[in-house]
Design a protein around this ligand. Structure first.
Ligand SMILES: *Cc1c(COP(=O)(O)O)cnc(C)c1O
Length: 489
């Protein structure tokens, strides 16, 4: 069904409301509202309530969502978010609290922030957390600012010239935000290679690490879905060089209750609550990327911090002379933190461990089913996700990962992440998450296997997919480079 824009549905005089006649004289309105805010005309569509409800309900049905379809978008952890957590975040005690309140009326929220920090410390092994960062990339920047402050402080103590440690080492499998955050923080990103098993190349690391290294940013399990087999040696090399080890924990879905990054030697880490801890995401926010630190980095945490005095909680900014300051207004995205808190409490320690175990099991199950049909560049047990390549299809039939992704839409599935990580050609990065039943995993694998067959029997069908969608294949580069989002009457 072809849908018009809401503006095109406008019929002069049609209304979506019935209100009593305005009985405030126009003169009084002019006195109450500043003249520059008053308008004579407002170009809004004139539509009925039913027009509006049908229009937006139909539009919403054209979208993919975790609530309607399997959404195995690798590195994004599109798990099901239990609705009870939304209910918790909707409680008026949280939503109607004024952000400047920090006294008796704010005790519940402060207690939640205080407790959640303790929970994160228990799950990931850190001494303290800041809950302020609003996204993973924001957490990275916050952590890098602390790394910088730490090295500056150390060189001051040693009376060395500061700014000598200006390099951040990043493996070639890293998420694009890593080098971007390093550069934004004034560091020079130094990219090093991964080896044939998907680990960091230890020799490359040894060569890169030195007196000018501020830190290494590592995702582990990395974006290939693989756990670095030499992580303890990696930590030793980095620490020997006097640098710090940073954990990109955007996806912690494989490790909860199983291993703690702090125990592996990671000095500082961020975690995406909007991936691992039950906040729907993908539309651009809001999210939360708390950062955990080991003891030596604690003095540099953002302020204010939530402290407990006797039985009450308060915000404290004094006593932290080395703090990097604030990185977000007020206390970050509280709603996201409330959902994560409810998620952790409802699952408990055993539940979180089961989440990770099931997520890893699901990914390995699918990897095994698919590896005879698509090239698997790193053939060893994966963690919460795995990366296939459409290399065979490209070589034999001229079909690319993009074509396969588009064809999957015809089978009712959201495509996996494609062309990432960059080190796998024609990458298809699949993350099933723990929430999916075996029947769904089987149906998705069957679709991918059928598509592999179609690549040989009817390549044009795949190349011109999708066929069953409201719009066919779009020019995605144009949509990203020159978006035209305004409707001009
Ligand atoms: C998602 C992700 C990020 C960035 O998180 P945002 O909240 O999108 O800024 C960083 N690293 C990895 C590995 C990720 O998957």
């Amino acid at each position: 069904m072809e849908d018009k824009l809401i503006f095109e549905m406008s019929v002069a005089g049609r209304k979506g409301y019935s209100l009593p006649e305005l009985d405030t004289p126009a003169e009084d309105i002019k006195k109450l509202i500043p003249a520059e805010l008053l308008r004579e005309e407002l170009d809004l569509p004139e539509v009925s309530e039913l027009d509006v409800v049908r229009h937006f309900t139909r539009l919403s049905q054209k979208n993919f969502s975790v609530d309607t379809q399997f959404y195995p978008l690798g590195s994004c952890t599109m798990k099901y978010n239990p609705k009870v957590n939304e209910e918790a975040a909707k409680l008026p005690g949280f939503t109607e609290l004024h952000p400047l309140q920090d006294g008796p009326a704010a005790q519940g929220t402060l207690e939640l922030l205080y407790n959640f920090e303790r929970y994160l410390c228990a799950i990931f092994g850190y001494e303290a957390f800041t809950l302020q960062p609003a996204a993973g990339a924001h957490g990275e920047l916050t952590a890098l600012m602390m790394i910088k402050a730490y090295h500056n402080e150390k060189s001051k103590i040693k009376n060395q010239k500061s700014k000598t440690r200006n390099k951040i080492i990043i493996p070639d499998s890293s998420h694009g935000t890593n080098p971007a955050s390093a550069a934004l923080c004034g560091f020079e990103p130094v990219v090093i290679k991964s080896n044939g098993r998907g680990n960091i190349d230890l020799n490359a690391l040894k060569q890169a690490a030195g007196g000018d290294t501020a830190g290494l940013m590592l995702t582990n399990p990395n974006t290939l879905g693989l756990f670095d087999e030499h992580i303890l040696e990696v930590a030793e090399i980095v620490h020997q060089a006097g640098a710090l080890l940073y954990y990109d924990g955007a996806n912690a879905n494989a490790i909860m209750g199983i291993c703690r990054p702090a125990d592996l030697g990671f000095d500082v880490a961020h975690f995406n609550l909007h991936k691992t801890f039950s906040t729907p995401h993908g539309g651009g926010g809001p999210g939360a990327g708390p950062v955990g630190v080991t003891k030596p980095l604690e003095p540099f945490l953002p302020v204010p911090r939530v402290v407990k005095k006797g039985a009450s909680y308060k915000l404290q900014s004094a006593n932290y002379p080395h703090s990097i300051g604030r990185v977000h207004s007020f206390h970050g995205n509280i709603n996201v933190i409330v959902k994560a808190y409810a998620y952790v409490l409802s699952l408990g320690a055993d539940g979180l461990k089961k989440v990770s175990a099931r997520a890893v099991e699901n990914a390995n199950y699918m990897m095994d089913k698919l590896k005879n049909h698509y090239y698997l560049p790193y053939d060893r047990p994966c963690q919460h996700e795995f990366v296939l390549s459409a290399k065979w299809q490209k070589e034999k039939c001229g079909i690319r990962a993009l074509d396969i992704a588009k064809r999957l839409i015809d089978y009712g599935f959201h495509p996996p992440t494609i062309y990432f990580p960059l080190i796998v050609e024609e990458a298809l990065m699949i993350e099933p998450t723990e929430s999916e039943a075996r029947a769904t995993l089987d149906a998705f694998c069957d679709a991918l296997i059928k598509i592999a067959g179609e690549c040989e029997t009817d390549p044009e069908l795949v190349r011109s997919a999708p066929h069953g969608t409201p719009v066919r294949r779009l020019d995605e580069t144009k949509a990203a480079r020159s978006p035209d989002l305004r409707y001009n009457l």
